[in-house]
Design a protein around this ligand. Structure first.
Ligand code: FAD
Length: 550
């Protein structure tokens, strides 16, 4: 059997390696138009920003693959046509400047994705870059080392935009981010993005949301849709990625509306014997079963392995994704998995949303700091649907616990029962993940309702007569409070019940949620019928004051 693979980065090499592990007989050839193969795309921002050697990013060459796996990788060979009837590919050997034909029994598209380049004047100027491969990274690195770059503009604040912003700031460059969406890192809900934005501001990175660049001039002047002008010595376009599937489309292979190739669970396309894996392939949500396109290295490696197995008769099949993603932003981390509140509202679920602000380890330990967790569950089934976290340490392990729990369809109440590792340097006796489950369980099953700051604002704005009881100390209250809130410290609440009407809904809150919950308990046990605790307390309410956060 002759297997032809197009593309030799994450997915392509995974397909080939797995196919070879299953079969010594198959002939395996990969065509790659670039000169670099099998490199860490995900490492590119760090390669630009540090002195990681290029060779460490691209440790394997075609000779290594030949020796280790008996796989032929032809780099600088572009597949320019595919004939699915004749089962042939037409290949342009770039270095040799010749075109030839090759045949296959199994063909695999691993053609990846390409950066979205806005159709505006000036994107071809020498100081405007995208970042997708090692050569792009080399060019950016070279530009920074040779030119005097003191200002940079990053267009787009997804994972890559934030990574590159961090990298550029590391050179002492003044960085501005312009984001088309209403909030930074738009994959997260706006009320989580405000924490990131506030943090970026503290690091000297300016963010402009709900705006996009409309032209770039030779002088470095960028105009935006809202009429703003920014000046930059260097511009990085990180406005998303589109599946690279023009060849597949031309060959008549079925694609989704975003252009990604549709496959079944064995990564086989609409054409028998033709497969796709990695960023060029469409995926489905593990939760909803709907199409979900999240071009990530983790998924490219996984779908590549499954595809390599499937084409050589193995049993692996692809289950779907949660869209789990993580990004370092200086000494903070933002991560998410599963559905956001926004997604849940669009799907057939009844959302229960909580914000949980907790220390990442015992508070007396040096380095302890707060992390903000937002979690969403389905009220009907109690199932956890998604989590988003922003914090300093330990965000990665918490998001992976959530991802695992969601994968195995855990309910909110299950999180408390997880036997998670605890010692003071790493966690608290009840880990923030367990608290998240407890709060959700209390809200869903035990009548301890929560209200998000956004919902509180909406209801107050709509004229609901809601009594807001701020149970913090008078000193905290005087430093800042929710308009209309009455200050009754927790220790006094039992004696001052006559100040709280039983006729109207009550919202209790403290700074982060714990004392607010204690006050809520008291009121419920004293017979108040509609009592909410404010999700994430005043801290979360105050964070959301920034525009676009709702
Ligand atoms: P690609 O890496 O795009 O490789 C496709 C290859 O196919 C390319 O080399 C291309 O030249 C070749 N090709 C295309 N058409 C042809 C043709 N006609 N003939 C021959 N060759 C062809 N993901 C994470 O999970 N975590 C991260 O931290 C992360 N960081 C990232 C940082 C950056 C800067 C970028 C750009 C991406 C990042 N990603 C991350 C995403 C991840 O890198 C991609 O999901 C992954 O590279 C996809 O692998 P792939 O093999 O499907 O596609």
């Amino acid at each position: 059997m002759r297997i032809v693979i197009i593309g030799a980065v994450a997915a392509g090499t995974s397909v080939a390696a797995k196919a070879r592990r299953n079969s010594e007989d198959a002939e395996i050839v990969i065509y790659e138009k670039d000169s670099d193969i099998s490199y860490s795309v995900c490492g590119l921002p760090y390669y630009i920003g540090t002195d990681i050697e290029r060779a460490k990013l691209t440790p394997r060459d075609p000779a290594w693959f030949k020796k280790r796996y008996n796989i032929d990788i032809k780099n600088r060979h572009e597949v320019v046509d595919v004939d699915i009837k004749k089962k042939t590919v037409t290949v342009h050997d770039i270095a040799g400047d010749r075109v030839f034909s090759d045949s296959y029994d199994r063909l695999v598209f691993c053609t990846g994705a390409r950066p979205v380049i806005p159709g505006i004047p000036g994107t071809d100027l020498e100081f405007v870059f995208t970042l997708r491969n090692v050569r792009d990274a080399d060019r950016i690195k070279d530009f920074i080392s040779k030119k005097k770059v003191s200002t940079a503009l990053v267009a787009g604040s997804g994972f890559i935009g934030l990574e590159i912003a961090e990298t550029l700031a590391g050179f002492g460059i003044e960085v501005t981010i312009v984001e088309k969406a209403l909030s930074i890192l738009p994959a997260m809900d706006g009320d989580m993005s405000v924490y990131i934005e506030e943090y970026l501001r503290g690091r000297g990175i300016m963010t402009f949301k709900d705006d996009y660049i409309t032209s770039i001039e030779k002088t470095g002047l960028c105009r935006t849709a809202s009429g703003k002008e920014h000046r930059a010595d260097l511009i990085i376009l990180s406005a998303g990625a589109r599946p690279e599937t023009s060849l597949a489309v031309k060959a008549g292979i079925e694609t989704a509306s975003n252009g990604a190739i549709i496959t079944n669970e064995y990564m086989e396309t609409s054409v028998k014997g033709v497969y796709a894996a990695g960023d060029c392939a469409m995926t489905r949500s593990l939760i909803t079963g709907e199409y979900l396109y999240r071009p990530l290295g983790s998924t490219a490696n996984k779908t590549g392995r499954i595809c390599g197995d499937a084409i050589t008769g193995g049993p692996l099949s692809f289950r779907g994704i949660l869209g789990t993603g993580i990004v370092r932003i200086f000494d903070r981390t933002a991560a998410m998995t599963g559905l956001t509140e926004r997604d849940v509202l669009e799907a057939d679920f009844v959302p229960e949303v909580i914000h949980n602000i907790k220390p990442d380890r015992s508070e007396y330990m040096p380095g302890s700091s707060q992390m903000v967790i937002k979690a969403v569950a389905d009220r009907k089934t109690g199932r956890i649907l998604g989590a988003q976290i922003f914090g300093a340490d330990g965000v990665d392990k918490r998001i992976d616990v959530f991802a695992t729990a969601i994968t195995f369809k855990a309910k909110a109440e299950d999180l408390f029962h997880l036997d998670l590792a605890y010692a003071p340097p790493y966690s608290t006796t009840k880990d923030p993940v367990m608290y998240t489950g407890m709060i959700l369980d209390n809200a869903i099953n035990r009548g301890r309702s929560l209200i998000t700051p956004a919902e509180l604002r909406r209801r107050v704005g709509a004229g609901d007569l809601i009594q807001i009881i701020d149970v913090r100390s008078p000193a905290d209250y005087s430093r800042g409070h929710i308009p209309g809130a009455v200050n009754i410290p927790l220790s006094e609440i039992r004696d001052r019940l006559d100040e709280i009407s039983r006729e109207h809904p009550v919202v209790t809150h403290c700074n982060k949620g714990v004392s607010g919950n204690a006050a809520q308990n008291i009121l419920i046990l004293k017979g108040y019928s509609e009592v909410y605790n404010l999700s994430g307390g005043y801290k979360n309410y105050a964070a959301g004051i920034s525009p676009g956060s709702d």
